[in-house]
Design a protein around this ligand. Structure first.
Ligand SMILES: C[S@@+](CC[C@H](N)C(=O)[O-])C[C@H]1O[C@@H](n2cnc3c(N)ncnc32)[C@H](O)[C@@H]1O
Length: 244
């Protein structure tokens, strides 16, 4: 829901101030994850279960917009992972990801680039593609394009999972954003400044879809099966599973 384009917008300026701002945003997101305000624990626990139940041994895992990969590293602990690929725009996050993933006994392939561009040129076959809280920055055509590229990257029996902001039935984007703003007291672990920055960034960059739209986008991208498998307890987002 938040750090994303901060990386892109700040890396191009190259100023100390821009760097400091990006680092502050990254620190805020890590606080959100640490306090479990977005239910990372529950979501990545679900990912862990699916990896154990559904994946071949060994399996290749592609983490799109992996960030610092701290939650993915926890989900992959003890799994039969044979190759980890991570893509993110932020070099700082990827440095942290290298650290988070150091105990995995498999090749760790981290790519610092735009995920839409990376996926348009992707050539390796993978078993599971995971996107946590990142696809919603794209407009509808971009979302479907990316899903098609993921479809092409998956091998037989492959699984595509996304965890994305989701509108409630009948809710529009403004109402979804206002619902977040009204959560200020629940997110008491953040300072006013941190919450405000997150809130305004979401108003600029977050484009949630309804559950039906997320599923139909997956079908349009070529997946035969699209399922809603988990809703965050605060009902801001859900996990979806796509397969052939
Ligand atoms: C909200 S964080 C999500 C991190 C992690 N997947 C999770 O579940 O917590 C979003 C990440 O997406 C990255 N990001 C945003 N837009 C991107 C793009 N176009 N290409 C690559 N990475 C991007 C940001 O740098 C950030 O690390």
């Amino acid at each position: 829901m938040e750090t994303e384009n901060w990386a892109e917008s700040t890396s191009s300026t190259g100023t100390d101030e821009a760097q400091a701002m990006f680092n502050r945003h990254l620190a805020t997101y890590r606080k959100v994850v640490g306090e479990n305000l977005m239910f990372h624990r529950e979501v990545y626990c679900l990912l862990h279960s699916l990896l154990s139940e559904e994946m071949p041994k060994p399996f290749k895992f592609l983490d799109i917009a992996c960030g610092d990969a701290s939650a993915s590293a926890a989900a992959l602990k003890g799994s039969a992972i044979g190759h980890y690929y991570g893509i993110d725009l932020s070099a700082q996050s990827l440095e942290l990801a290298r650290q988070s993933l150091k105990d995995l006994r498999c090749p760790i392939d981290l790519r610092c680039c735009d995920f839409a561009e990376a996926m348009a040129d992707w050539s390796e076959t993978v078993d599971l593609v995971w996107i946590g809280m990142s696809l919603h920055h794209l407009q509808p055509e971009g979302k479907v394009r990316l899903m098609k590229d993921v479809h092409d990257a998956l091998g037989r029996g492959g699984l595509f999972l996304i965890w994305e902001p989701t509108l409630l039935e009948g809710e529009n984007r403004t109402e979804w954003l206002d619902r977040f703003t009204s959560y200020r007291s629940v997110w008491a672990a953040l300072t006013d400044e941190e919450f405000e920055t997150m809130d305004s960034h979401m108003r600029l960059a977050d484009f949630p879809e309804s559950a039906d739209t997320w599923k139909s986008m997956g079908r349009e991208a070529g997946f035969a099966h699209a399922e809603h498998i988990y809703q965050m307890p605060n009902r801001f987002g859900s996990v979806y599973q796509f397969r052939n």
